[in-house]
Every structure is written in structure tokens, then in C-alpha cells.
Design a protein around this ligand. Structure first.
Ligand SMILES: [Fe+2]
Length: 138
């Protein structure tokens, strides 16, 4: 069984973002599997690197959409991303240096942050964009 299973409640209704969130969950599942397989540093590091790279790419996509559509709460949303950006880059550099042995607690933290962010902040802008599309705004 997967560590995280995609649920329809995670959908924010914007296809490009839902697809990226699904991919992000897949990458978190890979990270969990890499951790389960043992303590080989290279394996964990490359899974963590993949997670960091994809997350940065995803945040950029989201922020471009938020800016293009003047979504309310733009600055706060970017600030949330920035805090997480700096946390994950610390996790990655500490893991590379051998200062951090990625624990299940850290992986759980990445998972919880991601799911809570999707269900909270991301859903809010998803609803806003859907309302624009339905012509309820503008
Ligand atoms: Fe977001």
C-alpha cells in the first residue's frame, strides 16, 4: 500500500495543478520507499533531490498562476512557499553533508505540510479561479 494515496478531496479543480500535486505525492511515496529500503545515503539523497527540484518547479507554476490572475492572498501564499522552500533546502543540504539522517518524522512532516497546504491555501485560490471561470467574478 502506498504511503500517501491521492484522494478526490485533494483536487483543487485546476487540472495542471492537480496533475502536479499528484506527481508530488508520487515523489513523496518514492522518498518513503527509499527510506524503507535502508540507510544508503545516495538513495535517500537522490530521492530528496528529486522532491526538492519538483517542488521548486511546482511552486513556480503556482505563483505564476496566482500573479496572472491577481489571486487574493498572493503575498501570504508566496510567503508560505518561501518558508517551506528554505526548510527543504536545509533538509537537502544537511542530508548531503551527512548531518541529517532523514527520519520518518521528517518525511511525515513533508507529507503533512503538503497535504495541509493543498487542502487549505491551495484550495482557496482554486475556488477563486473556478469562480472567475464561471463568470461570478469580473
Ligand atoms: Fe501552494
Amino acid at each position: 500500500m502506498s504511503y500517501i494515496k491521492w484522494k478526490s478531496t485533494y483536487s483543487i479543480g485546476i487540472k495542471v495543478i492537480d496533475d502536479q500535486h499528484k506527481k508530488l505525492i508520487e515523489i513523496l511515496n518514492d522518498l518513503f520507499e527509499a527510506h524503507k529500503l535502508g540507510t544508503r545515503k545516495e538513495l535517500i539523497t537522490s530521492a530528496l533531490e528529486k522532491h526538492t527540484d519538483y517542488l521548486l518547479y511546482h511552486f513556480k507554476t503556482e505563483e505564476d498562476i496566482l500573479r496572472e490572475n491577481n489571486c487574493p492572498g498572493l503575498e501570504e501564499h508566496i510567503e508560505e512557499h518561501n518558508i517551506f522552500r528554505s526548510q527543504i533546502s536545509n533538509f537537502l543540504s544537511d542530508t548531503k553533508k551527512g548531518n541529517l539522517l532523514l527520519s520518518i518524522k521528517t518525511i511525515d512532516y513533508l507529507k503533512d505540510w503538503t497535504i495541509n497546504h493543498i487542502l487549505g491555501t491551495d484550495k482557496e485560490y482554486g475556488e477563486y479561479l473556478l469562480e472567475i471561470e464561471l463568470g461570478k467574478i469580473f
